[in-house]
Design a protein around this ligand. Structure first.
Ligand code: ADP
Length: 242
């Protein structure tokens, strides 16, 4: 029995090591892309492009954009590490969720308007929760942002909030591009994206759903996805009220 336990331990350690090595490799790769661009365009500027104002402006714009991207990746990595380590204490207090989400969606109107996407919240009655409000907002922010980014123009995003016994059930639905069955299990993995180009163009890092899943696990909740390519995607979340 003890040998089996030892073997199991070694397997676990190896598995964790692989996960860690993979993470470092992925993170380095993600960071290198913008760094390479910044370096290349800076060098081109120094090599003479600076003297051509139009070209210079174009290159400096790229450098500024890629620097922003670098910042986004780094802050997402730090955020993921914070939620994985549970290093920040939960700030638990009572609040009403429907109002919280209604306030939150206003920050998305501009982004949604550009694509003629409507956002609506459906809830029969207020739901009081005792939890970390900021973390609930973080979950919705990530899911709403994805719902808009992975939808084409003239579409809609619907949020549902419902109290069921001692828990709250949320869903965030879109009529966007959907997620192929084979990818559905993997989208919660760090840096995993179905379409790298599309994710990058919309400012994605592939870390949002990993952060969301960790936040939900820390609150003893569950998340699952239901999706069909070309039809849309719904994320279902269940959280205890307290
Ligand atoms: P990203 O920063 O790339 O959006 P996420 O971790 O938030 O990273 O999501 C991982 C991947 O899951 C995305 O790259 C995308 O392929 C897919 N995805 C997430 N949400 C949706 C959605 N609402 N509709 C379609 N695909 C989605």
């Amino acid at each position: 029995e003890s040998i089996l336990v030892l073997l199991y331990d070694i397997t676990q350690v190896r598995r964790l090591e692989t996960v860690r090595t993979e993470f470092v490799a992925n993170a380095s790769h993600e960071l290198r892309t913008p760094v390479t661009a910044i370096k290349g365009f800076a060098e081109t500027l120094l090599d003479g492009a600076l003297k051509q104002p139009e070209l210079a402006e174009k290159f400096i714009t790229i450098i500024a954009n890629e620097s922003n991207r670098l910042e986004t990746i780094i802050s997402d990595i730090l955020e993921l590490s914070r939620v994985e380590k549970k290093s920040e204490p939960m700030v638990v207090k009572p609040f009403e969720v429907v109002e919280t989400v209604n306030n939150l969606i206003q920050f998305f109107y501009k982004q949604a308007d550009k694509k003629h996407i409507s956002i609506s919240v459906d809830a029969e009655r207020p739901v009081m929760m005792k939890a970390d409000q900021h973390r609930i907002e973080q979950i919705f922010t990530n899911l709403i942002d994805n719902a808009i980014n992975y939808s084409d123009v003239d579409s809609e995003v619907k949020i549902n909030i419902e109290q069921v016994n001692n828990s709250v059930h949320f869903s965030v639905s879109d009529k966007g591009i959907g997620i192929p069955k084979a990818d559905q299990e993997r989208i919660f993995e760090r840096f995993y994206r179905v379409d790298k180009g599309r994710s990058r163009n919309s400012g994605g890092t592939g870390l949002g759903l990993s952060i969301v899943r960790n936040l939900i696990m820390n609150m003893n909740g569950t998340i699952h996805v239901e999706s069909e390519v070309g039809i849309g995607t719904t994320f279902h979340i269940k959280l205890p009220l307290e």
